[in-house]
Design a protein around this ligand. Structure first.
Ligand code: GZL
Length: 359
C-alpha cells in the first residue's frame, strides 16, 4: 500500500485514481504510454517512474531493468509512464504521480532544463525524488535525493582517445580526418557531454569537424541525417554517432550510397564511432562496420532500488553516483585509451562477450 494512502483498499484507490489520472491509455492529457499499474501486496511501495521513451535498444534495456527491479514480486507497485520523448509529457506524468501521492518518484529526464516549477511541487509534496540515467542542470540539485547515471563527457573522451591513437598508429595526418556528428536529443545531458568531448578533441588534435545533424538517438533519424551529410560532405570519413541506433541508421545510409563502413579511411572507407554497446552495436563492431563503441550502461534498476532501500532504512548513500563503463573495439590495435589522466583498457568484442552481456 502506498503509505500516503491510509486505511483504504489499495487496489480500489489505485483503480479510481489511475483511471481518473490516466484517462484510458496514458496519463490524462499527456498522450504518453501509461503501463498498467502492477497490482501488488497492500504494503508495497508505490514508485512513479517517468521514462524518456522507447527510442533505442539502450532505452528498452533500461526500462526492463527498472521493471525487473520494481516488480510486484519484489514488493513494489510500479507506475510506469513513457513520455515518448516529449518533455511536456514527463512534467505531466510527475504531476500525476504527486496527485496519486506515490511513495517515490524516479525520473529519467529527457532534457537537463525546463523543470523549474514541477520539481518544487515534488519537494512541497514531500515525495523523495531519484534522478537516473541523464542528469538535470546542476541548479536543480537541491530538489533530488540522488542521481545515478553516466559521465557522458568521459564516455566521449574515451572514444576520442581511441580515434586519436588509432589515427596515429595508422599514420593518418590529423588534417585527413573529416568528422561529422549525428546528435542525440538536443539538450539531453548525453548529447551535451558527448559533443563537448568531440569538440574538445577536434580542437586539440587538429581534426576537421565538418557538421552536426540531428539523429534523436533513433535509427530512422540517424539514417536521414547520414544521407544529408553524405550529400553535403562527400569528403567525410568519420561519423561520431551519439548512440548505437543512430549508427545502425548511418550504416544503412552509407551502404545505400555505395560506400563502405570500415577503418581503412585512406582507401575511402567511412569509420563509425558510437555509444551504448547494445548487442547489435557490438555485433556491428565484430563485423567491422562500427570501429569503436563507448559503453553506456542501462542497468539502473538495481542501483535505484538500492537507493530507495537505503532511504527506507534511513541509511546514508552517495548522492551523485556515476557508473563505471568500458570501451569496445574489434581488436587491440588500440590497447588502452587515455582520458582525464587515467588509462582505460579497450575490451575486444567476441560472440561470447555479446552473449554474456544479455542486452
Ligand atoms: C544515455 C541515454 C541515451 C542513450 C541512448 O544515458 O540517456 O538515451 O545513449 C538513449 O541510446 O536513447
Amino acid at each position: 500500500m502506498s503509505r500516503r494512502i491510509k486505511g483504504i483498499a489499495y487496489a480500489a484507490v489505485t483503480t479510481v485514481l489511475l483511471s481518473a489520472a490516466l484517462g484510458g491509455c496514458g496519463l490524462a492529457g499527456t498522450g504518453s504510454g501509461g503501463r498498467e499499474a502492477q497490482t501488488s501486496k497492500e504494503d508495497a511501495l508505490t514508485i512513479g517512474f517517468a521514462q524518456v521513451g522507447e527510442e533505442s535498444d539502450w532505452r528498452r534495456a533500461n526500462s526492463r531493468s527498472i521493471e525487473d527491479a520494481f516488480s510486484a514480486e519484489n514488493g513494489y507497485n510500479l507506475l510506469f509512464e513513457d513520455a515518448q520523448n516529449v518533455p511536456e509529457n514527463q512534467i505531466k506524468a510527475v504531476r500525476n504521480f504527486i496527485q496519486l501521492q506515490v511513495d517515490y518518484i524516479v525520473l529519467e529526464p529527457i532534457l537537463e532544463t525546463g523543470w523549474d516549477t514541477v520539481l518544487e511541487e515534488v519537494h512541497e509534496a514531500g515525495i523523495p525524488l531519484i534522478v537516473a540515467d541523464r542528469s538535470l542542470d546542476p541548479s536543480y540539485e537541491e530538489y533530488y535525493d540522488a542521481w545515478v547515471g553516466a559521465d557522458y563527457l568521459l564516455e566521449g573522451r574515451k572514444v576520442c582517445s581511441w580515434l586519436q591513437k588509432y589515427a596515429e598508429q595508422a599514420g593518418l595526418e590529423p588534417g585527413e580526418l573529416k568528422l561529422v556528428n549525428i546528435q542525440g536529443t538536443i539538450g539531453s545531458s548525453a548529447q551535451i557531454g558527448r559533443y563537448a568531448a568531440l569538440e574538445e578533441a577536434a580542437e586539440a588534435n587538429g581534426w576537421t569537424l565538418l557538421a552536426q545533424a540531428r539523429g534523436d538517438f533513433t535509427q530512422a533519424k540517424g539514417r536521414e541525417a547520414m544521407q544529408e551529410l553524405l550529400e553535403t560532405y562527400p569528403e567525410l570519413n568519420v561519423v561520431y554517432c551519439d548512440n548505437d541506433n543512430e549508427a545502425y541508421g548511418a550504416i544503412d545510409a552509407i551502404e545505400a550510397a555505395g560506400r563502405v563502413c570500415g577503418r581503412d579511411i585512406r582507401n575511402g572507407e567511412i569509420m563509425i564511432l558510437s555509444f551504448d554497446a547494445a548487442a547489435q552495436g557490438l555485433t556491428e563492431v565484430l563485423n567491422g562496420r562500427i570501429a569503436c563503441i563507448g559503453e553506456c550502461n542501462p542497468h539502473h534498476g538495481p542501483r535505484v532500488r538500492e537507493i530507495i532501500t537505503k532511504l527506507e532504512a534511513g541509511e546514508t548513500f552517495e548522492k551523485i553516483q556515476r557508473v563505471e563503463e568500458g570501451i569496445f573495439a574489434a581488436d587491440q590495435t588500440v590497447k588502452t585509451v587515455t582520458a582525464e589522466e587515467q588509462e582505460y583498457p579497450v575490451t575486444v568484442v567476441t560472440e561470447e562477450l555479446i552473449e554474456a552481456r544479455g542486452y
